[in-house]
Design a protein around this ligand. Structure first.
Ligand code: C5P
Length: 402
């Protein structure tokens, strides 16, 4: 991983997580990035500009009205200089100001004046993060193409526990490196499906499953980190689009996912089917809410959904195909059977239950391909996804070389 000569403008807004940004400057400079720090006025109540000046080796700017600094490098020049703008920590306040396009200080002015991709790493109290105003601002920024890095969940400086912790310095550094698109999948188009599907029964009921989408989203992010141009086809989940993912298509049913994946895969090099696609759908979707009929049972007639992976492998020209197999028992046997049956190049199998797999933070995978296998032991999903992508890249290159 390298960020040699990459020009990163690090915006630091007012929050206690600013202490982690000191480490971030170090980590970015480890990869030889050229880092310039701009602080908001509030940030200076947590840390002194001198700290960042010492760490970045560059003067730090705070005010738009500093005549001497403007003479050295004007704010428009600084906006043009940046190849990436990363705001870490991004407080609720700066997210609101960005969402509304304000330019009431140097940092927000730079964001408006720069064509560089903007990334934000939110950090705030979990209640502030959950507030409807913040949710709306985040949605606005996301739709505008701003990369959302985190936040993570866990203990907070204020004593609360919940979502709103800034990502760690190494995670932000990796996201910056990924945003420049170098890595083992550089130049490849990768489609990833993730999450469950919902098969409607009537306007208020559906058949779904317990997939959280987190493994698939982590895989999409890891593929982007590895330099791929990623299209993420997501079932109904409420997860933010991972930074670096080029395109997200939201779907609900297996049939919609089938259409979206086949369409997106037409020009793809690799398809990774991490979604838990519903195998059956009701034959008939009632236009009105079904009424309870006391004493009488209810039977639903179901028909089988087409298998997305099998449809792709049946095509004369198709991407390198990676499937997932979530099993409750006899994992190896079922996975290898699916590898052959569905005409896959690789399959990643996991046991569900006991803090692993669906709805869990951790996972463990056994990965099989025609003439090999690897065990990826229990780890947090983002780390596991990174290891899986490394393996996929290796097998993909081997298959194309042979
Ligand atoms: O057969 P099973 O559903 O267990 O296989 C899981 C794998 O097959 C996953 O990769 C899933 O994304 C894929 N799948 C699919 N289309 C379906 C059902 C599953 O591509 N209709």
């Amino acid at each position: 991983m390298s960020l040699a000569k990459r020009r990163i403008l690090l915006g630091v807004s007012g929050g206690i997580a600013a202490y982690k940004s000191c480490e971030l400057v170090r980590r970015l400079r480890d990869l030889d990035a050229d880092v310039r720090v701009v602080m908001t006025e509030s940030a200076t109540h947590f840390l002194s500009p001198t700290t960042f000046q010492a760490l970045s080796g560059q003067s730090v700017r705070v005010s738009l009205w500093d005549a001497q600094a403007e003479a050295a490098m004007g704010h428009i020049e600084l906006a043009r200089w940046a190849e990436r703008i990363l705001i870490a920590p991004a407080s609720a306040d700066i997210l609101a100001r960005l969402a509304h396009g304000l330019a009431d200080d140097l940092l927000t002015t730079l964001c408006l004046a720069s064509a560089a991709p903007l990334y934000v790493a939110p950090a705030m109290n979990q209640q502030m993060w959950a507030h409807a105003a913040t949710r709306a601002n985040i949605e606005t920024l996301r739709q505008r193409g701003v990369g959302l890095l985190g936040p993570a969940s866990g203990d907070q400086a204020c004593g609360d526990v919940g979502s709103g912790r800034m990502l760690e310095a190494h995670e932000l550094r990796d996201a910056m490196a990924a945003s420049f698109g170098d890595g083992s999948l550089a130049g490849l188009n990768v489609v990833v499906s993730a999450g469950p599907t919902y098969e409607d029964i009537d306007p208020v009921r559906f058949i779904g499953n317990r997939s959280s989408g987190r493994m698939g989203f982590a895989v999409a992010q890891a593929a982007a980190l590895a330099g791929a141009n990623v299209t993420l086809v997501a079932g109904p989940v409420s997860l933010p689009t991972p930074a670096g993912v080029a395109r997200r298509i939201d779907v609900r049913s297996a049939a919609q996912m089938h259409v979206a994946v086949l369409d997106a895969s037409a020009l793809a090099d690799i398809y990774i089917g991490a979604a838990a696609v519903g195998d059956y759908r009701p034959n008939y979707v009632s236009a009105h809410k079904l009424k309870k009929r006391d004493g009488a049972g209810l039977s639903l007639q179901l028909s089988e959904n087409p298998d997305i992976l099998t449809s792709l492998s049946a095509k004369p020209v198709h991407p390198f195909l990676v499937g997932f197999a979530a099993e409750t028992h006899d994992v190896a046997n079922y996975a290898q059977h699916k590898l052959r049956n569905k005409g896959l190049d690789m399959i990643a199998a996991n046991q569900v239950g006991e803090g692993l797999g669906f709805e869990a933070d951790d996972n463990a995978l056994s990965v099989y391909w025609a003439d090999g296998a690897i065990e990826l032991p229990r780890a947090a999903k983002p780390e596991l996804a990174r290891q899986l992508i490394t393996q996929i890249a290796q097998c993909y290159r081997a298959s194309r070389a042979g």
